[in-house]
Design a protein around this ligand. Structure first.
Ligand code: PMP
Length: 394
């Protein structure tokens, strides 16, 4: 059996429409198939490869760490330089108050940790989340998700969760002295790139302060420069109580974190109640990769270039069949009439060497989230091919 047959026979399938492209090597914004096929990656493995595939400085950091040690001990016991240095680099990007980092392996795990922490710290049980939110696939993260179809097969989920409309002021009336946390994506990703107003986020922050509710911002997709600021919350002039991140954090290696002020995080330390434990969280190789990723984002001034690159996409992607473009920086959704119109366009673009896809909860829109390293010429090429794919399907 070839790899494609093995993939279909022996790997658990997660979708009716896997992209089914075989990749042998990836570098920068490009991926290469076994027969030398060349693809430009416009989705970055869903917002992961912000510094491009196999950035040389990330690869070097990984190799250097491999020469020292891999796993030593469960998280939080030994002093490991990559974890300590990464924590320092992370807090240096954040408001002073957010000075305690808990390293985990993935986005879902970061969300689990954040929800548990909010319950422990406040002693409350109720959590509010948004319609069309995606916070992950584990039971807790799924419970605060905002898509009924995804949740339906797994009830009973966590009790005490209320789903409110994303970005609507009236939703804030649901926050009370009983609410442990309000969890929200700073920019909704899988809902199809939905952006809320600055006024909404400021009112949300205010209501959380008023009621003693912790504000959990999920920047798993929006963080690490994707929206044109290091953290998307910087656009709104607010701060979270707990920040969750992953994806772009490891430059292609698995790692995530939930981050809070020390007095909040301290409740996990108190015995006899179990706090939060992870064997592989903050793996030293992933931590080294993450530290290098933060350095690359800064040294190459990638975040400063995001707004102009996003504008170029928007300027070039003009066609009768495009209903509109929603974006915050290089987190973009190009809207079409329906999935039926969009699917053959994506298939054709892939044949022509440009990889895009759609969103979990928004199937009429094309995802554009390239590595932030993409050049102007590459954006022009990508848009030309997308327009050609649209034309050929008109
Ligand atoms: N939150 C958001 C906003 C996400 O986009 C995702 C992943 N798509 C997650 C949480 C879950 O992350 P992971 O797949 O690493 O568990």
């Amino acid at each position: 059996m070839n790899n494609r047959q093995l993939f279909l026979s022996h790997l658990a399938q997660t979708t009716d429409f896997p992209l089914l492209i075989e990749i042998e090597k990836a570098e920068g914004v490009y991926m290469y198939g076994p027969k030398g096929e060349k693809y430009m990656d416009l989705i970055s493995g869903i917002g992961v490869s912000n510094v491009g595939h196999r950035h040389p400085k990330v690869v070097k950091a990984i190799q250097d760490q491999l020469d020292k040690y891999m796993h030593l001990m469960v998280y939080g016991e030994y002093v490991q330089s990559p974890q300590a240095q990464l924590a320092k680099a992370l807090v240096s990007t954040l408001p002073e108050r957010l000075d305690n980092v808990y390293l985990v392996n993935s986005g879902s795990e970061a969300v689990e940790g954040a929800l548990k922490l909010a319950k422990r710290y406040t002693g409350r049980r109720e959590i509010i989340s948004c319609v069309n939110a995606y916070h992950g696939s584990s039971h807790g993260a799924l419970s605060v998700g905002g898509n009924e179809i995804f949740k339906r097969g797994y009830r009973p989920l966590l009790p005490g969760i209320t789903n409110v409309p994303f970005g609507e002021m009236e939703a804030l009336e649901q926050i009370t002295e009983e609410t442990a946390a309000f969890i929200i994506e700073t920019v909704q990703g899988e809902g199809g790139i939905r952006v809320a107003s600055k006024e909404f986020f400021q009112a949300l922050r205010h209501k959380c302060d008023e009621t003693g509710t912790l504000l959990i911002l999920d920047e798993i997709q929006a963080g690490f420069g994707r929206t044109g600021k290091f953290w998307a919350f910087e656009h709104y002039g607010i701060e979270p109580d707990i920040l969750v991140c992953a994806k772009g954090m490891g430059g292609g290696m698995p790692i995530g974190a939930f981050i809070a002020a020390q007095p909040v995080m301290a409740v996990f330390k108190n015995n006899p109640l179990l706090g939060h434990i992870t064997t592989f969280g903050g793996h030293p190789v992933s931590s080294a990769a993450s530290l290098a990723t933060i350095q690359v984002l800064k040294e190459e001034k990638l975040i400063e270039q995001v707004a102009a690159k996003a504008e170029l996409f928007k300027k070039l992607l003009k066609h009768d069949k495009i209903k509109g473009i929603r974006n915050k920086g290089l987190m973009m959704a190009v809207e079409f009439e329906s999935f039926e119109v969009l699917k053959p366009i994506i298939d054709r673009a892939i044949e022509l060497g440009i990889i895009t896809d759609w969103f979990l909860f928004c199937e009429d829109s094309m995802r554009i989230a390239p590595p932030l390293t993409i050049t102007e010429e590459e954006i022009q090429k990508a848009c030309m091919v997308i327009l050609q794919a649209i034309e050929e399907n008109s």
